[in-house]
Design a protein around this ligand. Structure first.
Ligand code: PSU
Ligand code: MN
Length: 301
C-alpha cells in the first residue's frame, strides 16, 4: 500500500467486504462550480451513491496526503478555498505531496488514487481531451494518458466541445481505450446529448458495462475504460446557445494568450459566466446522473 495514501474507514470497510465503492474527483468541487453549490453538489453526489447501496470515495490531496474518501469538513474546505486549492494532475503530485499541500484532483489523479486504493469505478462530469488547435499547441490532457494506463472505469457525460472531440476520439483509439456510449451510439457533448461523433460501442445496462470491464481486466489490459452517459433530455441545453458561448470563450482565451494548465479552467469559467445559471444547473444534473450509473455498475462488479 502506498505510504502517502489514506483510505477513509468507511471506504476501507466496504473494499474489505467486497461492497461497491465509487470514486469521485475534487477539481469539480474546487474549480468546477461556485461556492456553495459546489459543496452542496459534492454532498448530494455522495448521498445518491449511498442511496444506491454503494460507498462514495471523494478523492483529493489534503495536507500532502492522498485521500480516498473525504469527511464533510474536508469537502467544505475544498469548496470554500476554490481556486486557492492547486489543480493536481499527475505531474503536480510529487511536489504537492512533498510540500504537504492541498490539491484538487483531476480525472487523472483521481484515477491514480482510486487504483492505489483498489476502487474500479469513478464518476465525474467531463474529462479533459485534445484541445482545439492541439496540432500546434500540443495541448492534450493527461486524462487521456491515464485512461491508457490505469485500470479504472470512468463514467462521464462525454467531453465539452471546448475540446476537439474528433481528435480526442482518435487519440483514445491510438491509446487503445474503449469508448462506450451508455444507451447511445453517439458521443455525448456534456451539455448536449449529441456531438455528431460515433462512440466505439453502445451498451445499455450496468450489467453489460460491468461485463465489458471484467473482460478487459481478464484480458490483462493495463488501461481504463471510458463510459459516456448522455445528460438527461430534460436538463440538456440548447446547442446553439452553448456553442456560441464556447466559441466566445475560445476567442477570449486566444486573445489573452491563456495556455498550459490554465486553459481548461479558463474556458470552463468563461462558458459558465456566459451561460449563467443554466449551464450550472445542467452540470449538476449530469453529475448526479453519472453518480447513479456508477453506483449501479459498481454493484454489478
Ligand atoms: N472538463 C470539464 N469539467 C472539468 C474538467 C474538465 O468539463 O471539471 C476538469 C477535470 O478535473 C479534468 C481536468 O480532469 O479539468 C482536465 O484538465 P486539463 O485539460 O488541464 O488536463
Ligand atoms: Mn492541458
Amino acid at each position: 500500500m502506498n505510504s502517502y495514501l489514506d483510505i477513509a474507514p468507511e471506504v476501507r470497510a466496504a473494499l474489505d467486504e467486497g461492497r461497491p465503492v465509487v470514486a469521485l474527483e475534487s477539481t469539480i468541487i474546487s474549480h468546477g462550480m461556485p461556492y456553495p453549490q459546489n459543496v452542496e453538489t459534492a454532498l448530494n453526489v455522495e448521498k445518491i451513491i449511498r442511496e444506491r447501496g454503494a460507498v462514495p470515495a471523494t478523492c483529493a490531496v489534503i495536507g500532502g496526503r492522498l485521500k480516498a474518501g473525504l469527511s464533510e469538513a474536508e469537502i467544505e474546505h475544498l469548496g470554500k478555498k476554490g481556486y486557492d486549492v492547486p489543480k493536481a494532475s499527475r505531474r503536480d503530485l510529487p511536489v504537492l505531496v512533498a510540500r504537504g499541500s492541498d490539491g484538487a484532483t483531476t480525472v487523472t489523479t483521481t484515477m491514480m488514487i482510486a487504483h492505489m486504493a483498489g476502487i474500479a469505478v469513478f464518476a465525474t462530469g467531463g474529462i479533459g481531451g485534445v484541445h482545439r488547435g492541439a496540432e500546434t499547441t500540443m495541448d492534450i490532457s493527461a486524462d487521456l494518458e491515464e485512461l491508457a494506463h490505469t485500470p479504472v472505469m470512468v463514467i462521464c457525460a462525454g467531453a465539452k466541445s471546448i475540446l476537439d472531440l474528433g481528435l480526442t476520439l482518435e487519440y483514445l483509439e491510438t491509446k487503445g481505450v474503449s469508448v462506450i456510449g451508455y444507451g447511445t451510439e453517439e458521443l455525448p457533448a456534456f451539455y448536449t446529448r449529441r456531438s455528431g461523433f460515433k462512440v466505439d460501442y453502445r451498451l445499455d445496462t450496468p450489467k453489460q458495462l460491468a461485463e465489458a470491464f471484467r473482460a478487459q481486466r481478464a484480458l490483462g489490459y493495463p488501461g481504463g475504460m471510458l463510459v459516456t452517459n448522455p445528460i438527461p433530455e430534460e436538463y440538456s441545453m440548447d446547442k446553439a446557445t452553448i456553442d456560441g458561448a464556447i466559441e466566445q470563450a475560445l476567442a477570449e482565451a486566444k486573445a489573452q494568450g491563456v495556455h498550459g494548465k490554465e486553459t481548461t479552467p479558463f474556458l470552463l469559467a468563461k462558458v459558465k459566466d456566459l451561460t449563467g445559471g443554466d449551464s450550472l444547473a445542467s452540470n449538476i444534473r449530469l453529475v448526479y446522473n453519472n453518480a447513479a450509473l456508477a453506483a449501479a455498475v459498481a454493484a454489478e462488479l
